[in-house]
Every structure is written in C-alpha cells, then in structure tokens.
Design a protein around this ligand. Structure first.
Ligand code: AIR
Length: 505
C-alpha cells in the first residue's frame, strides 16, 4: 500500500460490515477508500466478502508511522472494545483494556457484563442514539403500556414475569419466564442489560442492588425501592423527613391490634406485597379486629378526607424533574379501589401548591431517578398528608397517554434512555374509568358494551389482555377527553354503566 506522505493527515477508520463485524483500515483519502469498500474492491482480499455497511468511526493522525501503529492497535481489539471506541465510551474502553491479562472465559464474562452505556446521561445526549437494552420486571398492564411507548424509541426491550401469557409478554423483544421475587432469576435477567425498571414493587431488591453495583442503571434506585416497598419503612421515611402523613402504629401480628383499640377507626395495611386494594382492611370498631393481618403491618389513623389527589413526577438522572398536573381520585370504598379520576384536579391554588410542594419533597428525599406517583389526602381543613408513594408508572397517570404531550410511559423511556424530559402539559382535561372484573364472574374474560362506548368521540379504550377475570381485577381502562368537567363526569358514569367485564359461562 502506498500513501501520499506529503499530505497532512492519515485516517484510521472502522467500518461496520453486513455480518455485524468491524473492519479496521488506514488511508490517506477516507472518502475514496470508503467508496472502494462499498463497491466491493476489497471484498476478497481484505474483508472476506464482508461488504461494509456504515463508516462508524475514524481518527485523523498526522504522521504515517503513528497511523500505522494505531491501525495495528485497533485491529487487535475485541469487538466490544471497538464498539466502546465508536461510542466514545472511554470508561468501558478502559475497563476492557485492563481485562487483557484475564483468561478468555473471565474476559468474556466481563465483556458481557459491562454495560455498554455506563457513561452518564450527559454523554448519551452528546452522541447519536444507539439501541439500548432495557428490561422490565413484571409483565402486567403497566409493563404493557410501557412497551407500547417503547415502540417509538431505539430500545431493545426485555420482560420477565412468571406467566408467559401476561399482558406484556407479546409486546417486548425478549420475554423471560421467571420469578421477579427470586434473587437468581432477577440477577440473571438483568446482568446483560443497560438499564432495568419495575412495574410492580414485589421484586427482589437485593438482586437489583447487586446489578446496580455492577453498573446496570436501575429505575428507581434499589435504595428508594427498599424504602417504599415496605409500608413500615415508607411511613418511617415520611416521619424522618418531616413529610406530613397520618399517624400510625406498627403491628407485628394480629394480637398486637388488641392493644390499640383506642386508635380506631384506622386502616390496617400489610407492610409487604399489597396492591390494587389487596393488603388493606378498614378497622372501624373492635368488632373488625379479626379482619386485621397476622403479619407485619401498619395501623394508620383515618383522616377525614375531602379529596384524594395524586401527582406524578419524573426525575432524570441529573436530578431535573417534571410534575404532571395533579389528579382527583374518586374511590370505591367497598372495593378500596379507584372508581374514576379527573385531571387536572379541581382544588384551590393554595392547596395545589401545598400538594405539589409536598409531593416534590417526597421525590427529592428519595434521591432516585425514575417516575414516581405520590398519593395525598386533603382533609376538611385543607391540610395535606401523603398517603403513599409508588416508584413506578401508576394507574393515576393513565390518562396522560392521550391527554398530555408526553405520557408517563413516554417520560420513563426518556429518563432511562437519557433523552430530555418531555412536556407534562395537558392537551385537554381528562377522566379515566378503570374496567374492573364484575362481581360474581370468574373465568375467561369477555367485554360487554364496548361497541356503544367506541361510538363516542374522544373516548379511548385500553384492554389489558388478561385472559382471566375475577371480581375487582383491573382488566382495562377507558379515557375520556373534554374541556367540560360535567361532560367528563357524565361520560365516566355512562361508561361505568355500559361496560362490564364478565366471564364466559
Ligand atoms: N400493578 C402493579 N402495582 C399496582 C398495579 N396495579 C400492575 C402491574 C402488575 C399488575 O398490576 O402492571 O403487573 C398485576 O395485575 P394482576 O391483575 O395480574 O394482579
């Protein structure tokens, strides 16, 4: 090979071939050389019939001797190292360089485990988007809606859940059947991924901690998840951080309740594992004590509630945050489940400020990026208390799919992929109605009344694809958009009366 040694610079370049391997070369005319590759000039002698696809990387080097040395160096590098160079991931490059002395087996392991995008969001912003590998623990409706939003981004998605027919199983690129509460299952699932999120709290947080220590980004951080997941720790966290929350007593078993009858009426909430109305019992009088839980729990003084409000907040890796307009939640007291919700909430500005300031404090004190839903009570004197927080996408944010510029699901991808936060502004006010499995029906789900409802304009149906219905199970939701609050309430009631989730008899 002859080079024009009179010229000022030489190029060492890396091209991606159509079999996904890299070819490294040296030239004094980058464009000409690349065209020659494209036209197949080097097919047999250099690339063994690997046609180049893309010129991925080049360096300009002033002296031929240095350029030859650099080409020799890069040629000897592994694919992972070349990839790190192309991505400008110097952290990974360094780590891989240190691995040269290890045995092949060990080296391969490290290579696989090193997250190709360990560098911060700052670096992510500054380079072209590459496809990242992101996992979701849990495959229910929240995972499903996350995946619907993921389809718009350069991301390879992974889901782990016990049930291979779960709502999220068929929307991800890779499904793993596994137990999200088992250490080994979670660790093995997460170790090759760039980032991991959860769609339910009941996951193995020790495995998440180990993964985080090894460089996988976890949303929310395992430490924040640990605090929230256990209702006793969660309540203690509010107390320690002077966040207003209703009074509570910790109970270890059912017998403990007998010592606290003066505290009634109260809500007894299981420390671990409750969701969607499960793990909560209202104890009004002594006669209700038998309904209490025989496991660690909190007994929470009932507040005279005027309103229940939820605020969803997104937090980026760099701490930047974005608040969604608050949501009015109207509950079904019998099932302890959300009945319908309206956003933005109808509350005086002074109360709204309190709500937003308290919700923001909760999220800031948790010190974690991700999406958080803070549920709050407003009492008859307009005092605001935190009820509970979820460190994930949440039922109270489902309307954001149609009603806001960036939905809560879209937002979480922005956070995890290191993109700028989206706008939380609403396009139109919205209401949602949860579609719950009707009382008295258990079995293969069928949906009555959808035809009628789908004739209404500005109504959006979301069926979660759960094969089996049972009383009170969340099977779907319907969103209504309108400028008029009365119209939202009217359509919400109409939907509640018309749509029914029953079972095939
Ligand atoms: N979920 C998680 N925490 C609260 C809720 N609602 C969602 C998640 C989870 C699903 O509910 O998406 O996977 C489980 O619903 P089910 O009906 O299968 O118990």
């Amino acid at each position: 090979m002859f080079y024009n040694t009179q010229q000022e610079a030489f190029y060492v370049y890396v091209i991606l071939c159509n079999d996904n391997s890299y070819y490294t070369g040296l030239t004094d005319d980058l464009m000409r050389r690349f065209e020659e590759h494209i036209n197949g000039l080097y097919e047999t002698c250099y690339t063994f019939k690997k046609r180049p696809l893309i010129l991925e990387y080049y360096e300009t080097i002033p002296f031929l001797k240095d350029a030859v040395e650099r080409e020799r160096q890069i040629k000897g590098w592994s694919k992972a190292k070349k990839k790190a160079l192309i991505q400008g991931n110097f952290h990974m490059l360094q780590l891989l360089s240190q691995c040269n002395n290890l045995s092949h087996h060990k080296y391969k392991n490290i290579e696989q485990n090193i997250n190709p995008n360990l560098d911060s969001a700052r670096l992510l912003h500054n380079r072209p988007s590459t496809t990242l590998r992101i996992g979701i623990l849990g495959g229910g409706q929240l995972g499903r809606m996350l995946l619907q939003a993921a389809a718009n981004y350069p991301v390879e998605t992974f889901v782990m859940e016990n049930d291979e027919n779960c709502p999220a199983a068929h929307l991800c690129h890779h499904f793993t059947k596994g137990d999200i509460s088992n250490f080994d299952d979670v660790y093995n699932f997460g170790k090759g991924l760039t980032a991991l999120t959860i769609e339910i709290e009941a996951v193995n947080e020790d495995a998440l901690q180990k993964l985080e220590d090894e460089g996988v980004r976890i949303y929310p951080k395992p430490a924040a998840l640990k605090t929230i997941k256990n209702k006793i720790l969660q309540k203690q966290f509010y107390k320690d951080n002077e966040i207003p929350t209703s009074d509570f007593i910790i109970t270890q078993n059912k017998a403990d309740l007998n010592h606290h009858t003066v505290f009634l009426p109260a809500a007894h909430k299981l420390a671990m594992g409750g969701y969607d109305g499960r793990g909560v019992e209202l104890l009004r009088t002594k006669d209700d004590l038998a309904k209490g839980f025989d496991a660690p729990a909190i007994l929470e003084k009932l507040v005279t509630i005027k309103k229940e409000i939820a605020v969803i907040i997104a937090v980026a890796d760099n701490g930047e945050n974005a608040l969604y307009p608050s949501v009015d939640m109207v509950f079904d007291n019998r099932l302890n489940l959300l009945d319908y919700q309206i956003s933005p909430a109808d509350i005086p500005e002074k109360v709204l400020w309190k709500v937003e300031a308290i919700a923001l404090k909760v999220v800031k004190d948790l010190k974690s990026p991700g999406i958080f839903a803070v549920e709050l009570f407003v009492d008859i004197d307009d005092n605001v208390f935190v009820n509970e927080t979820a460190p994930r996408v949440h039922n109270s944010g489902h309307h954001t799919i149609e009603a806001n510029f960036s939905s809560q699901f879209d937002m979480l991808w922005r956070v995890m992929l290191g993109y700028p936060l989206g706008s939380t502004e609403h396009i139109l006010p919205a209401a949602i109605v949860n579609l719950l499995g009707a009382e008295g029906y258990t079995g293969e789900a069928i949906y009555e009344g959808l035809n009628e409802i789908l004739q209404i304009e500005n109504v959006f149906v979301h069926i979660y694809g759960k094969k089996q219905t049972k009383p009170g199970r969340k099977m779907g939701h319907i969103t209504i958009l309108s400028k008029e609050k009365q119209e939202l309430i009217h359509q919400a009631n109409r939907i509640k009366q018309t749509v029914k989730v029953v079972a095939r008899s």
